[in-house]
Design a protein around this ligand. Sequence first.
Ligand SMILES: C[S@@+](CC[C@H](N)C(=O)[O-])C[C@H]1O[C@@H](n2cnc3c(N)ncnc32)[C@H](O)[C@@H]1O
Length: 248
Amino acid sequence: MRGPESGNAGRLSAELPSPVPPHPLDARITADRARKYRQVLARRTVRLAVVIEDSYDPHNATAIIRTCDACGVHRVVVTTARNGFKVNDKVSQGVHRYMDLRVLPDIDAAAALLKPQGYRFFVTDLAAGATVGPQALQPALDAGPVALVFGNEGHGISDRARALADGFFLLPMSGFSQSLNLSVSVAMTLQALRGPAVAADQPGDLPAAEQIATYDRWIRAYCGEDVGGPVAKPAQDRFGTAVEEFRA
Ligand SMILES: C[S@@+](CC[C@H](N)C(=O)[O-])C[C@H]1O[C@@H](n2cnc3c(N)ncnc32)[C@H](O)[C@@H]1O
């Protein structure tokens, strides 16, 4: 598996404690890569998950994936009832292979996965008049895991997502447009909720066992082993550019 090659080494300059012990395959990768894997995992959060319902635009999907990685969000669930989730692998720099990406048929499947783990669904509903900025979600996050649900570019969220909501939120806007671009709204929300922790280079909250299991998965995949997980099919965006399409 190809991986992000260079990039954020400077931003991982602090040495956070890692629960990941030496691995039998460590000798097969560079010390720099081994350190980066451990340090990225030490900063990941699972307290906040992102759910994307049926996005059709590969530019948005790719930007969302990069934003989640940059903000340390480990769990990303995409539903594909209406559209495959298409990522431009070159632009994403392969980071979608370095997160807990789940590709599910619909929002009910996302709820069936996440709600038993304690996640409450906070849904972006532009119609509900929920003028609650993302910062207002902080008390909910302090109380337990939160999944942020974002909708499709054309239709917004589904009625079913609305029905499954434990709460709603909205990025307040003061201009003429009715809505923000999907990937921009994900970025603004994560920046509001995760920005301070990322800027302060704080440790994340990925449990030690999951850091160890994820490290094992990443290093085995990098060394060419089949570790399962979502399989993408080659596809094209509307300009004919090669993308990877995930579909449940
Ligand atoms: C382009 S918008 C969808 C617009 C759609 N016509 C509607 O009325 O919902 C795509 C997605 O971006 C997110 N989004 C857009 N503007 C937002 C805002 N102001 N606050 C929170 N999320 C927003 C929502 O998840 C939304 O479902």
